[in-house]
Design a protein around this ligand. Structure first.
Ligand code: ADP
Ligand code: F6P
Length: 483
């Protein structure tokens, strides 16, 4: 295996346009933030979409964009308005995303979206094939590109292909609803190694392969005529040292060096010694359980009135997939709920929820992670959830409490968090109370166990384990063919 190329829908950077000026800004989302720390180590190119509609830019600008990405060892696959509409907003985010997150009532099954999904997957596969030299391997990522492994394999049977799914793989009863279920599984089976965040997703996948195709499966290996395919779980980690070091730096800053946000946070705590902050950070996505979280926070203020005036929820939501109707409805619902709760419990000098609908620079994220007493992470369904790990890594003195949904993949690794059912307002309200009143010794003990675990299994370890297994998959295949 010489170089390893990465293929994903979104690149680690997206284009930011300011008039004629174009720059790159960091993309948000677990895949981009996680892989950004490692992809350059593999010597290959990261192939993906720059996040901009190619119909709206001139050829000169497109060339300038391509050059910016080349400097970052990335290659752009351009998508036009129709492709963005039918492939990205359509099949990826109106069909696969809701279905795989068990929002079956949100899933559209549209033939035109499917046809475009196939065509765009072919476009990504062709771009990868064009980039590869003999002996290179390729690592394909996520639900937008489920057909790419098979598309590459059919043209380049000797290339070793890894595929990692960053979202849940649903149970057969849900997956079978997809009219193109067989094609999707066939697409994934083009890979030599298929990775999932958790064992549950892996076992759902095996069950679908068995029921739809009847293939023989033993010890993580799927046997198909002349090929052996391995599937396994690899829980994704974060760049632990980067978060820890940045949090330590933030802790050492003098007043003049502090950001405006940091000064405001200091002011908040200085105004009264028993004030507390709760943090919530996500893309604005219906899978993240934001309305339930807000209702539970309101229930907490109702049930424990002694905490009014003393506890503020900082809620950061990054705009995401704004052209998809369910995301627009969610935005409206969240805006309304925040308004209602602030109206009901706020006063002239107390705002219960500080709501930011935007992406924040990395430094501000660290300031929030290190300043907030509690992180409230309550997705209704989430493949992994890296925010939970980022919060833990940023707690330099091990204080703080993590309230975490049992429906997030990360819950499997965070047994010491306060685990909740994300639709149970009452339980969540009580957990907020428990977190805010937790003795410091208990906070430290819980936090240090979680920290140790995410330090050991960080994003570098995750990627190394995946690549090690990919090499193993390659040699198993070679031995099998030699027999
Ligand atoms: P998902 O992949 O579904 O978006 P994750 O929790 O796994 O969920 O990853 C989200 C990533 O996006 C994290 O690395 C987090 O730091 C980053 N992020 C989330 N919200 C913001 C924000 N408001 N500003 C900047 N980065 C954010
Ligand atoms: O990590 C899950 C993920 O869905 C990525 O595949 C995706 O890039 C990211 O979250 C953010 O979504 P989007 O690319 O649609 O902005």
């Amino acid at each position: 295996m010489q170089k390893i190329h990465i293929v994903s829908n979104r690149l680690p950077f997206s284009i930011k346009e300011d008039g004629e000026n174009i720059t790159l800004e960091a993309s948000v989302g677990g895949l981009a933030t996680g892989m950004k720390s490692i992809y350059k180590d593999y010597g290959g190119t990261w192939i993906g979409w720059p996040g901009i509609d190619s119909d709206t830019i001139s050829n000169d600008k497109m060339e300038a964009i391509d050059n910016l990405f080349i400097e970052e060892k990335c290659a752009s696959v351009h998508l036009n308005s129709e492709e963005i509409h039918l492939f990205y907003e359509g099949f990826s985010n109106r069909t696969i995303w809701p279905l795989f997150h068990y929002f079956t009532q949100f899933a559209d099954f549209n033939q035109e979206d499917w046809e475009t999904y196939k065509a765009v997957n072919q476009k990504f596969a062709d771009a990868a094939i064009e980039t590869m030299d003999d002996g290179d391997a390729v690592w394909v990522h996520d639900y937008q590109l489920l057909l790419v492994p098979e598309m590459i394999k059919s043209k380049k049977p000797n290339v070793t292909i890894g595929f990692f799914l960053h979202i849940p793989f649903p149970s057969y009863e849900v997956f079978r609803m997809l009219p193109w279920r067989k094609e999707i599984i066939k697409g994934m089976l083009g890979a030599d190694l298929i990775g999932f965040h958790t064992y549950d997703y892996e076992r759902h996948f095996f069950s679908c392969v068995r029921r739809l195709f009847g293939y023989e499966i033993s010890f993580n290996q799927i046997h198909i005529e002349e090929r052996i395919i391995i599937a396994d779980s690899f829980p994704m980690g974060i760049d632990y040292e980067k978060f820890l070091k940045s949090a330590q730096e933030v802790g050492m800053k003098s007043i003049t060096e502090k950001s405006e946000l940091h000064k405001e946070l200091d002011k908040y705590f200085l105004s009264s010694p028993d004030r507390k902050l709760i943090l919530s950070i996500d893309r604005l996505d219906y899978t993240k359980g934001i309305p339930n979280r807000l209702k539970a926070f309101a229930r907490f203020l109702e049930k424990y009135p002694e905490f009014r005036q003393k506890v503020t929820l900082i809620m950061l939501a990054v705009p995401s997939r704004g052209q998809v109707d369910h995301y627009q409805q969610l935005k409206k619902e969240v805006d309304e709920l925040v308004g209602q709760i602030n109206g009901a419990y706020g006063s002239i000098n107390y705002t219960p929820i500080w709501y930011f609908y935007r992406s924040l620079p990395f430094n501000n994220l660290i300031e929030l992670y290190s300043s907030c007493d509690v992180a409230l992470i309550t997705p209704v369904r989430d493949g992994m959830n890296l925010v939970a790990k980022e919060y833990v890594a940023s707690r330099i003195n091990n204080t703080g409490a993590l309230i975490l949904s049992e429906m997030a993949g990360v819950a499997k690794e965070m047994g010491e968090a306060l685990l909740i059912n994300p639709v149970d307002d009452e339980e969540m309200a009580d957990c907020i109370h428990q977190a805010l009143t937790m003795p410091v010794d208990e906070q430290k003990s819980r936090m240090s166990f979680m920290k140790e675990r995410i330090q050991r299994y960080d994003v570098f370890k995750w990627a190394n384990e995946f690549i090690k297994s990919l090499k193993k998959a390659e040699s198993i295949q070679t031995d099998f063919l030699a027999k």
